[in-house]
Design a protein around this ligand. Structure first.
Ligand code: B12
Ligand code: SF4
Length: 480
């Protein structure tokens, strides 16, 4: 944490930002989660400073508990403790609020989970929830808190009123993202993150965000903060951030964290040209949609340093893609998977099982697609009905215990009554795992052996696993 004592008589408001995410408590951490300091908090920190607010941050990512928060509160004596929330960290966030309240400090929650379930946070002791973009609202709240002005009704906030939640008027979204200062990287222990990356991969990796929001409308996607709005920084502003990361932290690999990277082709072309012209010599990865990744564009991205693309393939069945309102076509998936392979770009596929309406045949189509393209990396999750999504609406009368933990399940548990029992989906996940292992074994083992194991696994799936796991308890799949 970075903080200094408040000089007597000084009236600048003070905000302590807290990321309550503790990596060792994340069930997904060892397998998939890559660690970067929260870009939301670093941007809030930079914006607050710019507005004359003093800022410190406690990031619990590498900690075991939240003791550091109490210590920071007594040292820094903030007017506001601002906590970032995710479903996974709800309990710890509420613990921080209780500690803040006990110390007489205003606790404010922001981030995706508080935006979706504000009442939970208000009941737990947060004075305010900021359900959307946080920058101007937190400046406003910090100024009011430092002068003991009333907080109720502050634009962009929700408070606990006497008879129910009180919403302040909505605050318009920032219009020009270029006006945001560079993230306040110094608030986090960047060196610790970078060294961890360097040890694991040989690269100093950092996260960069070039846009806010996503204009698409997949029915299971939770977008509580920015909704369907979409704003981008200019390519020039992104280049400035990349240059700074290189110069200050010797970063050589960047993860673009946008919901969807490169939604505008013209924008992406300008950025790639800039990266090449400036010889930034960075490698990068991003999350993209199969309908946007055109093969000719991919060649330019590769030249500019693209190493890996995360693609939401989700299903090998067009019917399922349509039910999910994905807006993608199977032929686009196939074309992109082939183009990525031809370009030598690693592909990480996201696949989803159990979405309402999915039959064994749909699931088999997904498996066959996976077998055909054998992506280097993948994640197969059981569909998670995140509160606030249309998917959650669809299944809300058949949620099972644990559903409120949402994404905390890591997509390994069935959180609603789906077409088949959880064991069937668990087996399907195992089957993908086996297929991936076989894919990797190709080239090392004789093709005859690999194909033999594959056929044996298929037989086991058809004759043993499927009848056993779906048979007696099978019921007609429920529609989406
Ligand atoms: C990039 C990203 C990642 C990156 C993290 C990069 C980073 N460190 O910043 C990686 C891949 C590492 C990651 C990991 C995880 N992620 Co993630 N991730 C995202 C993604 C795509 C963008 C986040 C982002 O940077 N947004 C941009 C910043 C500017 O916005 P922001 O963080 O929301 O902050 C703004 C507001 O929310 C608000 N705000 C935020 N905090 C606070 C606090 C206060 C006090 C105030 C006033 C305001 C405020 O103001 C900020 C600025 O306007 C989002 C989807 C999305 N679009 O939000 C998912 C998302 C946030 N991730 C999600 C999840 C579940 C995870 C994991 C838990 C996955 C897992 N383990 O299973 C981990 C947790 C890791 C962690 N450290 O917390 C979920 C959270 C859902 C939920 N309800 O909890 C999301 C919403 C995806 C989804 N649709 O399901 N993630
Ligand atoms: S899943 Fe991706 S493309 Fe679909 S709405 Fe969400 S962010 Fe946008």
């Amino acid at each position: 944490m970075t903080a200094e004592r408040r000089p007597a008589g000084r009236r600048a408001p003070r905000v302590l930002l807290v990321d309550p995410y503790v990596a060792r408590e994340d069930p997904m951490e060892r397998k998939f989660v890559e660690l970067y300091p929260s870009l939301g908090l670093l941007t809030l920190g930079a914006y607050l400073r710019h507005a004359g607010v003093e800022v410190a941050m406690v990031d619990l990512t590498f900690d075991r508990d939240s003791r550091a928060v109490g210590q920071a509160v007594s040292r820094f004596r903030p007017d506001v403790v601002g906590v970032h929330t995710k479903t996974l960290t709800a309990e710890r966030a509420c613990e921080v609020a209780r500690a803040a309240r006990a110390a007489g400090v205003v606790a404010v929650a922001g981030g995706p989970d508080a935006a979706t379930r504000p009442q939970l946070y208000l009941d737990a002791g947060f004075e305010l929830v900021v359900p959307g973009e946080g920058e101007p609202t937190l400046v406003d709240v910090a100024r009011k808190a430092s002068t003991d002005s009333p907080l109720l009704g502050t634009p962009g906030t929700i408070a606990k009123g006497l008879t129910g939640p009180v919403r302040g008027p909505p605050r318009p979204l920032l219009r020009h993202l270029d006006e945001l200062p560079l993230p306040a990287w110094d608030l986090a222990d960047m060196e610790r993150y970078l060294t961890a990356w360097e040890r694991a991969t040989g690269e100093r990796r950092a996260a960069v965000l070039t846009s806010r929001g996503c204009p698409f409308d997949c029915s299971w996607c939770s977008k509580p903060t920015f909704g369907r709005s979409f704003r981008q920084q200019s390519p020039e502003r992104v280049l400035e951030e990349l240059r700074e990361l290189k110069a200050r932290y010797r970063v050589d690999y960047v993860r673009f964290c946008d919901d969807v990277f490169g939604i505008s082709r013209a924008w992406l072309e300008r950025l790639l040209r800039g990266m090449l012209d400036e010889q930034l010599d960075l490698r990068f990865e991003c999350l993209a949609r199969v309908d946007l990744l055109k093969p000719d564009l991919l060649a330019d991205m590769r030249r500019a340093g693209l190493e890996r693309v995360y693609v939401g393939v989700e299903s090998g069945s067009q019917k399922m893609l349509d039910l999910m309102n994905r807006g993608t076509k199977l032929r686009q998936v196939e074309r992109t998977a082939q183009a990525l392979r031809d370009a030598g770009v690693r592909q990480f596929w996201f696949l989803m099982l159990g979405y309402p309406g999915e039959t064994e045949a749909d699931l088999e189509a997904t498996f066959q697609l996976f077998r055909r393209f054998s992506p280097e990396e993948y994640s197969v999750s059981i569909a998670v009905p995140v509160p606030g999504t249309r998917f959650h609406e669809t299944v809300k009368d058949r949620l099972r215990g644990g559903a409120t933990k949402g994404r905390g399940s890591g997509g390994r548990s069935l959180l609603f009554e789906a077409a088949y029992p959880e064991t069937f989906y668990r087996w399907a996940q195992t089957r993908f795992g086996l297929e991936a292992a076989l894919g990797k074994a190709r080239g090392r083992l004789s093709p005859k052996v690999v194909d033999g194991i594959g056929r044996a696994a298929d037989r086991f799936h058809e004759r043993v696993a499927t009848p056993l796991l779906t048979g007696a308890r099978r019921r007609p799949p429920r529609g989406g």
